[in-house]
Design a protein around this ligand. Structure first.
Ligand SMILES: O=P(O)(O)OC[C@H]1O[C@](O)(CO)[C@@H](O)[C@@H]1O
Length: 446
């Protein structure tokens, strides 16, 4: 990746993000700057390349009109990339749907003079994905086209063997009588498995294929304990194991492929051991950060499992589709646009009160992944020793936890000195997804 961004011209500060400030590409020594100046342009270029390469297949599926419209889309994506690289202002989205209205309101409310490199990173990075969607929405023939679909499906097919081994181990565990403490320990193991599933993210590889996992992931879990910087899995177990009628769990999902499969395994375990009555999956409404789950990806995953020639996968697919039919798994549709807005989660109660109330009714909300973590923390560079509750800034609809592998330079809840030690050990520790955290707060009762 070449360093083509003109830092002098755009007045970029040659420093890291100050503590307690929101992240922004304005700070050259931040991952926000690296992402907006290098990673996002590459992601956009990769989309253009793919569309050009696959235009005949796309036209075959979407009809003749799409040939011309595809050309226009490629031009628009090129323009988006140019505007990003020349640090322009983010332009309002065309159309009057509720989420365009909210997006445009946000663009007007943040500083009206903000550009890609002065705005809060969360707003600017999310805007790129929303703008991309808008480019296709504006066409007649490509409204439903998901420019990330192929990569997601490939990643799913490559995840099947590893997940089959996980399911087999879970089936063996479930096959004999287990004491509550054994169930608790195994639950914590599956939480970790689900956390590490978040390493498999196409936005980290910039859309390039992810290396297949060719071991038995559950056997390897202990090996990663040193990478797990904060582990509140026992607190989550206590929360989920509490005596309560008709518990509902919300899973605020992240990536499809291996991560979604890991989510499903965890949720199946919860249902099997009657730790909850129902799991609600909250996915994205539009193609998002490359590999995020859309409703169609969720159903595609189940149907690929059902069609599998591997009996372990097939049985799991049939069982999980059965859970969808009987309501034990509920995919929330339509997906709430709040998850593809630029807003921090502490604003949910005000901006999306119905969503907030709905999550508040659940017993536990599980937030997956790095972007959800950034939204939980308000994209603020907290003092790393600040506790999770403080960093949530009163976002406390219910008991909640985050399973996040670290792909951005913000964190909270570390022990004094731990942050400095990590930097000494590894100067890329905040961006590779190698390290992870499992953090939890219980909802306070007033
Ligand atoms: O799929 P995840 O875990 O949300 O990760 C995607 C995130 O990681 C990053 O690559 C770094 O934060 C972002 O660009 C994005 O926030």
């Amino acid at each position: 990746m070449s360093d083509s961004f003109d830092v002098t011209r755009y007045n970029i500060a040659n420093e890291p993000t100050p503590v307690f400030q929101q992240l922004s590409a304005h700070y050259k020594k931040s991952y926000a700057f690296f992402t907006m100046s290098q990673r996002v342009p590459v992601i956009l270029t990769n989309i253009i390349d793919r569309l050009s390469r696959e235009k005949d297949t796309i036209v075959e599926k979407y009809g003749n009109l799409s040939r011309e419209e595809l050309k226009q889309c490629i031009g628009e994506i090129g323009k988006l990339k140019y505007e990003l690289q020349t640090n322009k202002q983010m332009t309002e989205l065309p159309g009057n749907d509720s989420d365009q209205y909210e997006w445009n309101k946000l663009l007007r409310e943040i500083s009206p003079n903000d550009t890609y490199f002065t705005a809060v990173w969360l707003y600017a990075e999310c805007y790129v994905y929303r703008k991309l969607r808008s480019i296709f929405e504006e066409t007649q023939s490509l409204k439903e086209f998901d420019h990330f679909e192929q990569s997601k499906q490939l990643e799913l097919s490559k995840s099947m063997n590893a997940i089959s081994r996980v399911i087999k181990t879970v089936n063996e565990f479930n096959g004999v009588f287990r004491t509550p403490s054994e169930i608790g320990d195994f639950f914590c193991k599956l939480l970790k498995q689900d956390l590490w599933g978040n390493r498999n993210d196409l936005s980290i590889t910039l859309g390039e294929e992810i290396k297949s996992i060719d071991c038995d992931p559950l056997q390897e879990i202990e090996k990663y304990n040193n990478d797990l910087l904060i582990d509140q899995s026992q607190d989550i177990w206590k929360c989920i194991n509490a005596e309560k009628e008709d518990k509902v769990i919300d899973l605020i999902s992240d990536n499809s492929g291996y991560e979604l499969l890991s989510d499903l395994v965890l949720c199946d375990f919860i249902i099997h051991h009657k730790l909850a009555q129902k799991i609600r999956f909250r996915v994205k409404a539009i193609p998002w950060f490359i590999s995020d789950v859309l409703p169609k990806d969720f159903y595609y995953t189940l149907s690929e499992l059902e069609k599998s020639e591997d009996p372990v996968l097939k049985e799991a697919g049939l069982k999980w589709s059965g859970y969808v039919k009987n309501g034990q798994f509920e995919l929330i549709e339509p997906a709430d646009h709040f998850f593809t807005s630029g807003y921090e989660f502490y604003k949910m109660e005000k901006i999306a009160p119905t969503l907030y109330q709905s999550i508040a009714e659940s017993h536990l909300a599980i937030f997956k992944g790095d972007l959800n973590y950034r939204k939980l923390l308000g994209d603020v560079n907290w003092d790393p020793t600040n506790d999770f509750r403080t960093a949530l800034n009163n976002f406390e609809p219910t008991n909640l936890c985050s399973l996040r592998t670290i792909k951005a330079d913000l964190i909270c809840g570390l022990k004094p000195g731990q942050f400095e030690e990590l930097w000494e050990k590894d100067d890329k520790w905040m961006s590779t997804g190698q390290y992870g955290v499992i953090q939890f707060i219980n909802k306070r009762t007033n």
